[in-house]
Design a protein around this ligand. Sequence first.
Ligand SMILES: [Zn+2]
Length: 245
Amino acid sequence: MALGIGCGFENPPFYFSNFMKYVFCTDLYIISPWNEAKPQMFSDPGKLAPCKWNPRRMGVQVMDGTNISFEDNTFDVVFSYSSIEHFGSKDAAAKTMQEIERVLKPGGVLSLTTEVLLSGDIYEKEYRERHPHRMWARNTLHDHKRDGCDIQISLDELTAIAEKSTHCPYCGVRMLYCPKNSPVWNSPTLDRRDNENVIRADNIDIICLDCNKAKVNWTKEEFVSFCRDIVEAYDEEHRWITAHE
Ligand SMILES: [Zn+2]
């Protein structure tokens, strides 16, 4: 049996549910200001699952790590990633460590880290370079699923659309599917054309990050009209200046 402290909707508990008898995910869900602790973990955790998982072996509970509501010597494994540094104070972190020691069986395993990011397996980099559109589509679908979108497009379909979407339809810049580091200004992004919550092949565009930042929550029509107004105002100003020179 395993206990996750402050585990929000992180990937590890989903993965562990394939191998462990039971995994308890705990966090300040609902009452936390942290975006990581999504309440959707209660209503529909499958929507947040990044991989194959076993719903019969994973449960979610609201719990404060400084006051764990389990008996002593209950768990074989306790894990907590990118969380303990957010507990508010050294005292709170120390209290949490005492609680972990209390609920962990003698000889049990504690796996604890402060902020950490893992980049998948060692072949991911090579795979990303060989299949940039597929990797982009996979990550994009994962992010949108996590954010609560209703995904009605397959990975294959989105990959095919990405392969055709070489340039941003708004500004015409050539998009870079495989930046060396995190996304850059001309990285491709999935835009829900009219901000519907569902993602289908016929209601999305792949546009550059800069245009997506400018479009925010506008519909395609509103954004195009906004851009047109800017161009027209610029032209008018330019004509006026030229006429008065
Ligand atoms: Zn653009």
